[in-house]
Design a protein around this ligand. Structure first.
Ligand SMILES: O=C(O)c1ccccc1N[C@@H]1O[C@H](COP(=O)(O)O)[C@@H](O)[C@H]1O
Length: 223
């Protein structure tokens, strides 16, 4: 499947001014993190107030890692995200139980996710997901700025039942265009690559990232 342009999600927003910077630069979605161990963690009240700062036509993605169901439901009810992002070890049944659109993240390079056939077999259990997100494996659960070997996606990207691919993991303005040219993903997701400090986004880095995505897309259109 090929797409005319790569969508962009900027993750780990904690300030209204960063949401507006992402929207001004042309981001399609902003991510709110509800993982207690993250330096980008939002409380419910903070998330509700940030949600009010999100302009029309920018989607809100709520990110969880192995969260209790009642916590996810509270965010759905009170923050009204368009999409859920499950970034842990969540089962297909758990992900579907909310009746809300979701994407499931896979941390490539982890044991059992370290060869192209193993990755294909894992993602196929999540055929109901609106997208498959691919991040790098690290000690923690994400937002690490680490990359992974894109060849691990060789089997997935040619599978007829492939869901839209969201590429994440260590992307930044220097690397994203080349990754787009190589993989032709549906979307890219970035957090630490556009930060000046954990949870604090840099408007200059967001703008440079968006320019680099457009460059990658230009090269994609040329062939
Ligand atoms: O951003 C976080 O703090 C986070 C915490 C737990 C799981 C995932 C998290 N973020 C996601 O991690 C990837 C990669 O981020 P980075 O660009 O390498 O910093 C991305 O999908 C974020 O949504």
């Amino acid at each position: 499947m090929s797409y005319p342009r790569t969508r962009v999600k900027i993750c780990g927003l904690t300030r209204p001014q960063d949401i507006m910077a992402a929207a001004r630069a042309g981001a399609d979605a902003v991510g709110f993190v509800f993982y207690p161990q993250s330096s980008r963690l939002l409380g419910l009240e903070q998330a509700r107030s940030l949600r009010a700062a999100v302009p029309a036509f920018v989607d809100v993605v709520a990110l969880f890692v192995n969260a209790p169901s009642q916590d996810v439901q509270a965010v759905i009810d009170q923050v009204r995200p368009g999409l859920l992002q499950f970034h842990g070890d969540e089962s297909p049944e758990y992900c579907a139980s909310f009746g809300h659109p979701y994407m499931r993240a896979f941390r490539l390079g982890a044991p059992g996710l370290d060869t192209p056939p193993a990755v294909l077999s894992a993602v196929r259990q999540h055929g109901a997901a609106a997208a498959w997100l691919f991040d790098s494996y690290s000690q923690g659960y994400g937002g690490s700025g680490k990359t992974f070997d894109l060849s691990l996606l060789d089997a997935v990207r040619h599978a007829p039942d492939c869901r839209p691919v969201v590429l994440a993991g260590g992307l930044n303005a220097e690397t994203v265009a080349a990754s787009i040219r190589e993989l032709h993903p549906y979307a890219v997701d970035v957090s630490s690559g556009v930060e000046s400090a954990p949870g604090i986004k840099s408007e200059e880095k967001i703008e440079a990232f968006m320019r680099a995505v457009a460059q990658g897309d230009g090269a994609r259109a040329d062939g």
